[in-house]
Design a binder for this molecule. Structure first.
Ligand SMILES: Cc1cc2nc3c(=O)[nH]c(=O)nc-3n(C[C@H](O)[C@H](O)[C@H](O)COP(=O)(O)OP(=O)(O)OC[C@H]3O[C@@H](n4cnc5c(N)ncnc54)[C@H](O)[C@@H]3O)c2cc1C
Length: 378
C-alpha cells in the first residue's frame, strides 16, 4: 500500500533514488561501516546535489523543498544508508535553526554554505545528565565582555569528530530548566573544544562523539537566537527531526523487506523455497503491514507540516511506529537469513545494529509513548 504520489513527488523520488543508486551501493555503505570510515565522497556528492540543505529557500542557495519532499528524500536515504541519513538529519536540523533564529550576518555567512554542503555542523544538546530530559543540561556559557566562556561536556553529538562546528546548547550559570538556555556556534578550531569519537554498536560510518568544552571562549555574536529564546531554538526542529527519522526508518524497512523476500525466494530448504513456509509468509505479511502503516503515518505528518498543520503528536506516532517497525524488520531479516545474516558478509546485520539507534535517538520510544499518552488526555 502506498500513498498516491503526484508528478512532482514521483519525480523527486526518482531523482533521489537515482542519486543514491549512483553514489551509495550497499557495498559502499558496508565498507564505510566495517572500517568506521566517514563517507566523505558521498557527503561531497550530496552537498553538490543540494541534498544537505534541501530545506533552505532559494534565496540562500537551497532547493526550497517542503516537508513532503524532505520525507521522500529521507526515505530514499534510509533505503540506501540509514547511518548516513542520520547525519543529513543533523545538517537539516542545524540549517533550520540558523534559518529561523540566526542573525542576518549568520544567515548570510552560513546558509549558502549549508545549501551546498560547504559546512558540516553537529548538534550538541544531549549530555551525560541530560538525555530524555534535555532541560537538565548543565554546560554553562558565562558572559565575559564580548565573549562567552563555555564549560561542560556534550554527549553523542553525531559527526562532531569530523564537523567544522558544533551547535552547542548551554545555559547561563545559575539558571535551570527551560530558562537561561542559549545556542552557540563553536568552531572546531576553538582551542577550548575537543571532540572524541565514541565506540558504538551501529552508525559506525558517521559516528557520534563526546565534545568537551573547557573555558572555550566564543564570540558573543556566535549566539543563535535572542535573549530567552534558547529553549525555542532547541525545540524548533523537533517535529522535522521526528518526521525525518520516521521516513528513514520506513525507507530502510522497505529495503530490508524487498531484500528478504528475494532471499527467501532463492533459499531452498526441505526441497522448496523458504518463502513457501506459512510461518515465514505470515511473518513477512505482518511486517509489510506494519511498514505500510508506518509509511502512511509518516506521509500524513509530512503533508501536515507542509501545510502548516499542528503535527507534534502525530510526529511522535510516526516516529514510534516507523522505528519500532524498522527494528522488527531488521530482527526478522537477520533471523530469516540464518547463519549468513549473522555474518559481516551480509548487509542485514548492519541494519540490525543501526535500527537500534533509531529507537533511542531523537527521543526514545518510551518518550514518544509518553507524548502520545498525554495527547490522549492520560
Ligand atoms: C548514535 C546516537 C546519536 C545521537 N546523536 C545526537 C546528536 O547528534 N545530538 C544530540 O544532542 N543528541 C544525540 N543523541 C542523544 C539522544 O538524543 C539520546 O540518547 C536520547 O534522547 C536518550 O537519552 P539518553 O541516552 O540519555 O537516555 P535516558 O534519558 O537515560 O533514557 C534511557 C531509557 O529510559 C527510558 N525512558 C527515558 N525517559 C522515559 C520516560 N519519560 N518514560 C518512560 N521511559 C523513559 C527509555 O527506555 C530510554 O531509552 C544521539 C544518541 C545516539 C545513541
Amino acid at each position: 500500500m502506498r500513498l498516491m504520489e503526484d508528478t512532482r513527488e514521483s519525480a523527486l523520488r526518482e531523482e533521489f533514488r537515482a542519486f543514491f543508486a549512483e553514489h551509495c551501493a550497499p557495498e559502499y555503505a558496508d565498507e564505510c561501516d566495517a572500517r568506521g570510515r566517514f563517507p566523505e565522497e558521498l557527503y561531497r556528492a550530496a552537498g553538490q546535489a543540494g541534498l544537505l540543505g534541501a530545506c533552505l529557500p532559494a534565496e540562500h542557495g537551497g532547493r526550497g523543498e517542503d516537508a513532503t519532499a524532505l520525507a521522500i528524500l529521507f526515505s530514499e536515504a534510509g533505503r540506501a544508508f540509514p547511518d548516513f541519513a542520520n547525519l543529513i538529519v543533523r545538517q537539516h536540523l542545524c540549517a533550520t535553526v540558523l534559518e529561523r533564529f540566526g542573525s542576518p550576518e549568520q544567515r548570510a555567512e552560513l546558509l549558502p554554505r549549508f545549501a551546498r554542503g560547504g559546512i558540516h555542523m553537529a548538534f550538541g544538546a544531549s549530555e551525560r545528565g541530560a538525555g530524555s530530559d534535555v532541560t537538565a543540561l548543565a554546560t554553562t556559557a558565562r558572559r565575559d565582555g564580548g565573549e562567552y566562556v563555555v564549560d561542560g561536556e556534550k554527549l553523542y553529538a553525531t559527526g562532531a569528530h569530523v564537523a567544522d562546528a558544533v551547535l552547542v546548547f548551554a545555559r547561563e550559570p545559575g539558571t535551570s530548566g527551560r530558562e537561561g538556555i542559549c545556542a552557540l556556534v563553536v568552531w572546531s578550531g576553538n582551542p577550548g573544544m575537543r571532540a572524541e569519537r565514541l565506540d558504538t554498536l551501529g552508525v559506525r560510518a558517521t559516528g557520534t562523539a563526546m565534545v568537551t568544552l573547557t573555558a572555550a571562549r566564543v564570540p558573543a555574536d556566535a549566539r543563535v537566537g535572542g535573549d530567552g529564546e534558547g529553549w525555542r531554538v532547541l525545540r524548533s526542529g523537533l517535529d522535522m527531526e521526528r518526521l525525518a527519522t520516521a521516513a528513514i526508518a520506513t525507507g530502510a524497512s522497505r529495503f530490508l523487506l524487498d531484500r528478504t523476500i528475494g532471499y527467501l525466494n532463492e533459499r531452498r530448504q526441505f526441497g522448496r523455497p523458504l518463502s513457501g513456509l506459512q510461518a515465514v509468509r505470515h511473518r513477512l505479511a505482518d511486517l509489510a503491514m506494519r511498514t505500510d502503516a508506518a509509511e502512511l503515518a509518516t506521509m500524513a505528518v509530512a503533508h501536515g507540516l507542509a501545510t502548516g498543520a499542528p503535527v507534534h503528536l502525530d510526529a511522535s506516532v510516526a516516529k514510534l511506529a516507523a522505528t519500532e517497525t524498522y527494528m522488527a524488520v531488521a530482527h526478522q531479516a537477520v533471523q530469516l537469513e540464518g547463519g549468513h545474516g549473522y555474518t559481516k558478509d551480509s548487509v542485514v546485520q548492519r541494519h540490525y545494529r543501526d535500527a537500534k539507534m533509531y529507537e533511542i535517538g531523537g527521543g526514545a520510544s518510551d518518550v514518544q509513548r509518553d507524548i502520545i499518552a498525554r495527547g490522549l488526555g492520560l
